[in-house]
Design a protein around this ligand. Structure first.
Ligand code: ASP
Length: 343
């Protein structure tokens, strides 16, 4: 502990970065952490105290689940004082969901938590995994005046550092797989790593508070022209739901037919949250801008502003997990809690 070297904890959950091809079926399957690190001798050369923990059974991130987010949050809580930063190796498919969830679960985070992975396994000659992992570690260890430069949950992929809860995976074939259309890139790695200091979350000077109560009783209603009353009603009447995300058109607009508005109103009357998230990847929900969103505003649909779908899911799970009044939950949804919306 007397070492002045920055310390980073590497947490391996799985994903393509550590996958190998099954000799018989040819499928890509998660492999163990030792096999991964053997492929990157560069890790030995870092002037960083690097420790690691690996999931016993690494997963393809399509099998991600809130119980794994809780496990990750607990690993960070237990090791928070021992390390200057954290790197989570994770499949890219659901990386934005995990980054969003952790951003809400880790309140008053004062250290970097960087998620990264790759599109090609580390054992493949053209892998993007080496650069992603090495630079993510460097960012997790980066300090200015002996303070971490980054104090939030981020995604690092293909030379760019993003606020995690602003990202989504937009490309399954390119190395440049993520986008953050409503918030600027936090850093770019070229010859140097250039931090966009004004875009980073400011320090909060409070101690870390970890929230692990997540509620997943959420339904999704993605609107499309011609959506039937029968299907709408089946989704909205799902037993036990506590919130519905309506994925709307443009600036938060929807069909104005009375059957649709009445169906939403009866859900709201049952104290179920209806949360308006636009299908557009850029821009935001402005209820009341068009006639086609005024009724939503009137009946009490909550605007998601410029939140991503991934972050909306995570924010709802976090907010529903709190033992609090509906009014307080609605207020939290409308507020910027971790830099996830621009209000
Ligand atoms: N299916 C993989 C996963 O998300 C894809 C990746 O890692 O890029 O685990």
């Amino acid at each position: 502990m007397s070492s002045k070297k920055p310390s980073v904890l590497l947490i391996y959950t799985g994903g393509t970065i550590g996958m190998m091809q099954d000799a018989r079926s040819g499928e890509l399957k998660p492999f163990n952490f030792k096999a991964l690190t053997e492929q990157i001798p560069e890790l030995e050369k870092f002037d960083i105290r690097l420790s690691s923990v690996s999931f016993q059974k690494p997963i393809d991130s399509s099998n991600m689940h809130p119980r794994v987010w809780i496990e990750l949050a607990n690993i960070i809580r237990e090791n928070y004082k021992k390390f200057d930063g954290f790197v989570i190796l994770h499949g890219s498919d659901t990386m934005s969901y995990t980054a969003s969830a952790l951003s809400f679960m880790l309140e008053n985070l004062g250290k970097p938590v960087i998620l990264t992975g790759s599109q090609l396994p580390i054992g493949v000659i053209r892998t993007d995994g080496k650069e992603n992992l090495i630079t993510a570690i460097e960012i997790a260890a980066a300090q200015r005046n002996r303070q971490p430069i980054v104090k939030e949950v981020c995604v690092y992929f293909e030379y760019k550092l993003y606020r995690g809860n602003r990202t989504f995976k937009y490309n399954s074939a390119h190395f440049d797989a993520f986008k953050s259309p409503n918030y600027p890139v936090l850093a770019e790695a070229g010859v140097d790593i250039q931090y966009n200091t004004s875009a980073l979350l400011k320090p909060v000077h409070k101690s870390l508070s970890v929230h692990t109560n997540l509620v997943n009783d959420i339904a999704i209603l993605k609107l499309f022209p011609g959506m039937s009353e029968k299907v709408t009603s089946a989704i909205l009447n799902t037993p036990g739901i506590r919130a519905v995300i309506i994925e709307t058109f443009g600036a938060g607009n929807a069909n104005t037919e009375s059957w649709f508005i009445n169906a939403l109103k009866s859900v709201i009357d049952k104290n179920i949250i209806v949360y308006n998230v636009t299908q557009c990847l850029e821009g935001k929900v402005i209820q009341g801008m068009y006639e086609t969103s005024s009724a939503l505003k009137r009946i009490g649909v909550i605007s998601g502003h410029d939140i991503t779908f991934e972050s909306a899911i995570a924010k709802l799970m976090y907010v529903l997990g709190k033992r609090q009044t509906l009014a307080k939950s609605k207020k939290m949804l409308l507020s910027n809690l971790r830099g996830e919306i621009s209000v």
